[in-house]
Design a protein around this ligand. Structure first.
Ligand code: M6R
Length: 357
């Protein structure tokens, strides 16, 4: 139930720190070490390429998951939109492993791919919030999100739970492959949960940003590089889904190849700057759009922040920034939808689970 919250989306956004802590607990062994079923670890380790297949927000979590698995565990990963994969299947290697990411576990586009790859005799792992769901039952292995029911059509806590579970999978596989760098994931995810709390306590600020930048606009761009680009895609999806503002996420460097033509006087551009290696380049992109009249809103991370930034999120490990930087995206979208009198929990034309292809 919603309790004191006006909307499920706000409640579910607020639950994120708790969900992260619960996930840590659920994936810890008695000694406090992170653990994943051995057969899942073996399936991941023995595959020569992982294919993540998902839709919408779960696809965006998959993009982050690719970075985590490749950079931590050293296994190549491709990420595909389920609705395209069925008839656009790439040439598969000898031992592919398929990872289906689905909050509901019922998405028809993803299920169609699962059926197709099972027919080819390949192994599949489903990462889902719903035990016993179709995708969970039909895959060889399941990892649960433990996020609790997600009611609002706009996915929030499932996204962060998906990334947290993917980070645990990447970490456990990395350690068994002797790639145990100094990352203490339990500690880092704890820092993430605390940072999320700070963000959830900053609602007034995001309400204000939404009012200032998004009350009257007809469009909005999200830019970022690397992991920030993926979070920008999710920020744009959240915003268009519930506020009906036309929003698009772009890689910072790609704008000048066409999209910059859309920038007009006052066009809001939300720029994420949480990645040290591209901090100056993304700020260069902000200057490019500002010179064409854009109204930039830079959201950066402590330690990389500069004077012109609109909001600074607390610092977390550089691989885990999406878990934190997505919270302002969710809350800005939420308040933008409220200010525009939209039905936040039940946006038009959408259903919580999409059970048709
Ligand atoms: O249940 P699933 O994770 O498979 O759902 C996938 C998408 O339909 C879903 O993430 C959708 O994009 C959300 N409404 C986004 O907020």
């Amino acid at each position: 139930e919603k309790g004191t919250y006006p909307h499920y989306m706000l409640k579910e956004t607020d639950e994120q720190p708790l969900v992260i802590r619960k996930i840590i607990q659920k994936y810890q062994d008695e000694e406090g070490n992170l653990t994943i079923d051995q057969e899942i670890v073996d399936a991941v380790k023995s595959s020569d390429r992982i294919y993540i297949v998902a839709c919408g927000t779960s696809y965006h979590a998959g993009l982050v998951g690719k970075q985590l698995i490749e950079r931590m565990a050293g296994i190549p990963v491709e990420v595909h939109v389920a609705s395209e994969f069925g008839y656009n299947m790439p040439l598969l290697p000898e031992k592919p492993l398929f990872i289906f990411i689905s909050q509901s576990g019922e998405t028809a586009d993803s299920r169609a791919v699962l059926v197709a790859v099972k027919e080819l005799g390949h192994k599949a792992l489903t990462i889902t919030n719903v035990p016993g769901s179709t995708l969970s039952r039909e895959a060889d292995y399941t990892l649960l999100l433990h996020a609790g029911p997600e009611i609002a059509v706009a996915s929030t806590k499932a996204y962060t739970a998906q990334i947290a579970v993917l980070s645990i999978l990447a970490d456990v596989v990395a350690k068994t492959r002797g790639r145990a760098d100094n990352l203490n994931l339990v500690k880092e995810l704890g820092i993430v949960a605390n940072a999320m709390e700070v963000l959830c306590d900053s609602k007034e600020e995001f309400d204000f940003i939404a009012r200032e930048y998004l009350s009257f606009t007809r469009n909005c761009f999200f830019i970022g590089r690397g992991l920030d680009y993926y979070v920008g895609l999710e920020g744009a999806l959240k915003l268009k889904e519930i506020s009906y503002i036309q929003a698009e996420g772009f890689a910072g460097g790609e704008l000048k190849h066409g999209t910059i033509a859309l920038i007009e006087e006052g066009t809001p551009v939300i720029a994420l700057a949480t990645q040290e290696n591209v901090n100056l380049s993304i700020r260069g992109n902000v200057k490019e759009v500002s010179a064409r009249g854009a109204n930039p809103c830079i959201i950066s991370m402590k330690g990389l922040d500069m004077e012109e930034d609109r909001f600074v999120i607390p610092a977390v490990h550089e691989l885990l920034t999406p878990l934190v930087s997505v919270v302002p995206m969710q809350l800005i979208a939420y308040y933008a939808a409220l200010h525009r009198d939209c039905d936040v929990d039940k946006p038009r034309n959408l259903a919580k689970s999409v059970t048709v292809e």
